[in-house]
Design a protein. Structure first.
Lengths: 261, 270
């Protein structure tokens, strides 16, 4: 993304009124929430302190924090597996050109139009209620995003550079690690960024069907028990986790590539 | 890549290309057949409730496609999708235009509202709207529209930014009326972007509507899937997945792609 300096400049150049309206909108939303929670019963609209307390408990209360940790762990594992699977599928046509059509005209459209609920049900039918089911569901949903982005990267790859690489070495492994992988890196990061965004949303669906732990399970439990403050807290916590993870992990990874350019 | 290699070669590239296309098609069909055979083999080993055989699923697909009740539910799903896409497009367009023409709102819309909406999970919307609206059509349409809004907003905004500044400047020199400029220049120029946004929304909507109907609906294909799940009717679940994959694939290939191709040609967008 943008460098720190560029961001600072952007911050200064955004006009005062722009920031006023933006921060005003956030304040307005909070005020609206406050008014709603006052005028509506708390089982429909909890007040702000209750939700804040519930959000804090998701991180610090051991009973809830284990669910949070379970969700985070599964997401990290599924994204890794999905990127590997999508990458392998994208690379197959490169080394076996005859499989190109099969991957892009059969596998990709089917994976792409397969409903996530379908994977969720199949995962829970095949693997029962287990970590394996959740990870299967998430990987199946995320893999097409990785496949599409990485094959896009392979398509855009500079043919001249590769020819040059070929003239330096005929060894496929060293061409892959020294030329192809570095050239693919930005596309892999793009795939990671998309997969990361989708993963947080999908993790809830997969945990609703296939888990006894995790935020998705907790969400269903909270709704069943009428703990609407916890339902709100989980929804907002996911927004926070998503933004924090993007800033702390995904953005630095993509900047690293820029630094090398 | 393979094409590059063929062109670099001195041998008649064309004949080789044709041969490659033919072996490519052959491999594709063979591999597809292999997948089907694999499915059959697995279905022989595993019981029907874990993995029904392709024939059982095919029969069920045929049965469902000829059942009026199923078609009614499919139609209701299409209605949910249409309504929520319409809501998301109108709201997305309004917000995109607002942030484009009133710069003071830019950060509020693109820096606050959009990131919030795009990181809010669909399941979160489902649970909240079940609490607020109950289990009904309003919930389904609200959930799908809320999920689609960030997609339509980001894409329409990108479209507005890509618009040719010079054309707009020229139109300004002809008329100062903003309404006229929007109606006669901006709107027609936006058509291909609007269509591309529609296509993205459609793809997302299909996936989301099933989840929304499954938890928060009383009609539609997602509701049927929920019922099949409650009855442990794996065959019906498989059949519905097959029907949905087929429908999405065919409508994309034979309806949306040709329209987009035509738009691209008319608007000379690469």
């Amino acid at each position: 993304m943008r460098s720190a300096e560029g961001r600072a400049r952007a911050w200064w150049s955004t006009s005062f009124s722009e920031r006023l309206i933006a921060d005003g909108l956030v304040l307005l939303a909070l005020a609206g929430w406050f008014v709603m929670s006052r005028s509506m019963p708390s089982y429909l609209f909890p007040d702000i302190p209750a939700v804040a307390r519930a959000m804090a408990s998701l991180l610090f209360d051991p009973a809830f924090a284990t669910h949070t940790a379970a969700s985070v762990g599964r997401i990290v594992l599924s994204i890794t597996l999905a990127l590997l699977l999508g990458g392998v599928l994208a690379l197959i046509p490169r080394y076996v050109p005859a499989a190109n059509e099969f991957i892009h005209e059969r596998v990709k459209p089917v994976l792409n139009s397969f409903p996530s609920v379908g994977w969720a049900l199949l995962g829970s039918i095949w693997f029962g209620v287990s970590d394996l089911a959740v990870i299967f569901i998430q990987v199946a949903i995320l893999a097409p995003f990785a496949l599409i982005n990485i094959s896009e990267g392979l398509r855009e790859m500079d043919a001249d550079n590769q020819e040059m690489a070929h003239s330096f070495s005929r060894r496929r492994t060293s061409i892959f690690t020294l030329v192809i992988f570095p050239m693919l890196y930005p596309y892999i990061v793009a795939a990671l960024r998309i997969a990361y965004g989708v993963a947080w949303k999908v993790s809830l669906v997969s945990e609703l069907f296939g888990a006894q732990t995790g935020l998705g399970y907790l969400l269903m439990d909270a709704q069943g028990k009428g703990r609407i403050d916890l339902v709100f807290a989980i929804c907002l916590a996911i927004v926070v986790f998503y933004v924090v993870g993007e800033k702390l992990i995904v953005d630095p990874l993509s900047r690293r590539y820029r630094g090398g350019q | 890549m393979s094409r590059v290699a063929a062109a670099a070669d001195a041998t008649p590239a064309r004949a080789r290309g044709l041969a490659r296309v033919r072996t490519g098609a052959l491999t594709t069909h063979l591999l597809s057949l292999l997948v089907l055979l694999l499915w059959m083999a697995v279905s022989y080993v595993l019981p029907d409730y874990l993995m029904p055989s392709p024939w059982v699923v095919a029969r069920q697909v045929a049965r469902q496609l000829t059942t009026p009740a199923f078609l009614v539910h499919a139609g209701l799903s299409v209605w949910h999708i249409t309504a929520s896409i319409a809501v998301a497009m109108v709201m997305g367009m309004a917000l995109a235009l607002l942030s484009h023409f009133v710069p003071a709102t830019r950060l509020a819309i693109n820096g606050r509202l959009n990131p919030f909406l795009s990181s809010f999970s669909t399941v979160g919307w489902i649970f909240l709207s079940i609490i607020w609206f109950g289990v009904n059509e309003v919930t389904v349409i609200f959930v799908v529209a809320a999920t689609l809004l960030p997609f339509s907003l980001s894409n329409l905004r990108a479209g507005l930014q890509e618009l040719d500044r010079e054309t707009i400047e020229m139109s300004r020199s002809f008329s100062r009326s903003r309404l006229k400029v929007v109606a006669m220049v901006l709107a027609p120029l936006m058509v291909p972007y609007i269509f591309a946004t529609l296509r993205i929304c459609l793809g997302v909507a299909w996936k989301v509507v099933l989840t929304a109907e499954l938890f928060g609906g009383t009609s539609g294909l997602g509701y049927l899937i929920a019922r099949a799940r409650a009855d442990f009717d794996t065959v019906a679940i498989f059949a519905m997945i097959v029907i949905i994959v087929m429908f999405v694939y065919l409508s994309d290939k034979f309806l949306i792609e040709p329209i987009q191709l035509r738009l691209r040609r008319n608007y000379a967008i690469s």
